[in-house]
Design a protein around this ligand. Sequence first.
Ligand SMILES: *Cc1c(COP(=O)(O)O)cnc(C)c1O
Length: 452
Amino acid sequence: MKFISTRGQTPPVRFSEAVAIGLAPDGGLFLPESLPDISGQLSKWEKLSYAELCFEFLSLFATDIEPSVLRGLIEKSYATFSHPEIAPLKKLGAKLYVLELFHGPTLAFKDFALQLLGNLYEHQCQRDGRSINVLGATSGDTGAAAIHGLLGKPNTAIFILYPDGRVSPLQERQMTCTGAENVFSIAVDGSFDDAQAAIKTIFGEKDFSAKHRLSAVNSINLARVLAQCVYYLFAWLRVPARDRANIEFVVPTGNFGNVLAGWLLSQMGVGVAGFKVATNQNDILHRLFSTGEYRVGDVQASLAPSMDIQVASNFERFLYFSVGRDADKVRAVMAQLKATGGYTFENLNTFGFSSSRASDADITAIIRRVHANHGYVIDPHTACGFQDLNPDRVSVVLSTAHPAKFPDAIRAAIGQEPVHPALEALKSCPIVKHLLPAKVEAIKAFVESRAV
Ligand SMILES: *Cc1c(COP(=O)(O)O)cnc(C)c1O
């Protein structure tokens, strides 16, 4: 299996290379050259554990990794989860399920991809005898999940920048109370955008980034998307067979990465009724699916901060299919988006995606209602998924974070704070963070002195 770029100007590469380089050299995103048809395997896969299913699925793509090695990497990745089923499917009603994706080390769905990515990086370091230094900026969840993916791994170091004082106290603790010597959490004096801009400049300095073998862990990495396909499949196999064709997966989304993974799976012969993109008040994707216009707006802080995004970086993968796999057309659309901040699609092929939008007031009301009706506490991101459920479908709402990560929003809605033992334990651990100005030279000097 080889992987091609959405912009059509990169020769096809194997899995390991696509994972190692992240973004294709032509600026595009990697996708499988062709999507396998797995419909004939599904009945055989019904009884598999999460890790076994993940192995069967990823074997179709990671054809350049020795199967026994791949199996080991996958087992190790999901052994860090605290629930025996890894991604338990909870039934809340005759036509309503919640897929709990928050049992990993940082209690958010990003662990599914980043635990695996960390182990893939470790394997690559071993295989080619080199070290790797990961550098990234975060406004919260991604940084914590990336750190926990690489925690304590030999020949790796991870440098995560975040805006000092502007991430939640629990998120900061997840990044700074790790006790690991290869983790450098850097609180910068500036905004997330300042940190991001500094990092972009550093990656642009080819000598520096090559010398330290710098790598980014962003949401466009191919391994992240493929790892995320697996929990859709796992959930599909757990819904009674008679209901499967009527499933609508509802996905709280910002970067489009999560829902895209589910949609790709559906293109491999896993029949469902559709997908719903659930946004918060930063609703660029809802506007796209309801009007055909994709236009970048200003980001407004919401109760669901991990979805406070206006540029959906995985959108380009969807676009590629939507324009009939025409890489020239993708380049033209992306160039216009870059130049003007918008694009209006005539007859956009939406592949049946639906969408919804939840304001902060909706989020609070939904958390309260779901608690009253089902005795179940959801986090503010998951709450967006409960907006305007389609009564004709069997809804499977993806729960992207544990509610204990957002105690203030939950208390405001239901008057009590959920707790999680992993977060309680963090409260007594020492914080180790490095304060730096959001300046390229200062960050480079820090990386230079600590890189492996
Ligand atoms: C990152 C994140 C999201 C958004 O995921 P995308 O892949 O960007 O769509 C939603 N909820 C939580 C809790 C997250 O951490």
